[in-house]
Design a protein around this ligand. Structure first.
Ligand code: VAH
Length: 316
């Protein structure tokens, strides 16, 4: 059975559903600090900082794989640096220890482009470029990659990591990230509201539509162990700036407008790459994105329109 921590976060909401669709509800155990009746699988309240509680669920539910998604993201992390370091690091350490002691077959650790720093602010940053993170979140992701490598080498624990760009999805609102503007903007467009961007209009960032992120995650986790040669794979979906995303949306909602009021997240965004080289992911386990800016924009607007109509019917 597969255990997911942080199952109700932005990535967790979509990935848990995808795992249920692929393996069936009985094969999945969704956990989080705050749970909702949203999935057809077992859903259990879990504080992942509590190693005994985690160990108990792993043994009781006969878990064989763990997807550890619980974490505080980049922007929120800068408001609570010590708590973020402690929560992100101690929860992953608990997952690694419980996995080692319960002979877990595979562990997934979501890393991030946040592992890079300002010296990597360029195009096609290599997977083996120096990691000089300047956010606590990024530091915790670099530490996570090193712990993954350590447990792989010392205990032969099969821990696999992807460095996600900013994720764009319709299933839930993101929380505490620097790339969240690229999700919020679609909600504003659908609701006929103007959009205020907390990043400068020309700030390019690597992004990924959630379907591609899910596909990459399942491909990575299904690949034969000998194919995995890298801890922390770069994957490049698409890179765009707020004004490029606005223009893509205006193709379908012409009178939609935006204003730009950069805040503390501008400096975080400028410390990350513009785009990534993802040759290792393509060559070692067949990574290949499907969504470009226009296809993602169409899909997001369609899905959010559907959600809006359904909720209106519900409340009619
Ligand atoms: C964040 N969405 O903004 C996350 C992600 C690359 C960005 O790690 O913190």
């Amino acid at each position: 059975k597969i255990l997911i921590t942080g199952a109700f976060g932005q990535l967790g909401t979509a990935l848990t559903q995808a795992l249920i669709t692929k393996y069936g509800s009985d094969a999945i155990v969704a956990t989080d600090l705050n749970i909702r009746d949203e999935f057809t699988c077992a859903t259990i309240k879990l504080d992942a900082t509590n190693i005994e509680a985690l160990d108990e669920i792993v043994r009781q539910q006969k878990i064989t794989q763990i997807y550890h998604l619980a974490a505080i993201l980049s922007a929120k992390g800068e408001e609570l640096p010590l708590q973020t370091w402690d929560l992100n690091n101690s929860t992953f350490f608990n997952v690694l220890e419980v996995a080692r002691l319960n002979d877990i077959k595979k562990v997934f650790f979501p890393s991030s482009i946040a592992v890079f720093g300002p010296d990597a602010r360029s195009e096609k940053v290599a997977t083996d470029f120096a990691l000089h993170p300047t956010t606590v979140y990024g530091i915790s992701k670099v530490a996570g990659e090193h712990w993954a490598r350590y447990y792989n080498l010392k205990y032969n624990l099969d821990v696999r990591c992807l460095r996600y760009p900013g994720l764009i999805s319709y299933q839930s609102l993101p929380g505490g990230g620097t790339t969240d503007y690229a999700v919020d903007i679609f909600h504003k467009a659908i609701n006929g509201q103007d959009f205020e961007s907390y990043l400068k209009e020309d700030t390019q960032l690597p992004m990924l539509y959630m379907d591609d992120a899910i596909e990459a995650t399942l491909q990575l986790m299904e690949a034969p162990k000998e194919a995995i040669k890298t801890v922390g794979y770069n994957i490049q979906g698409l890179s765009f700036s707020p004004v490029e995303l606005l223009t893509a949306i205006q193709k379908y909602i012409p009178d939609f407008t935006a204003t730009y009021k950069p805040d503390h997240r501008q400096a975080i965004a400028e410390s990350w790459p513009i785009s990534l080289d993802d040759k290792p992911a393509r060559e070692e386990w067949g990574w290949k994105p499907k969504f470009d800016l226009d296809k993602m924009t169409q899909e997001m607007l369609k899905q959010l329109e559907l959600k809006k109509n359904n909720s209106q019917k519900l409340h009619a």
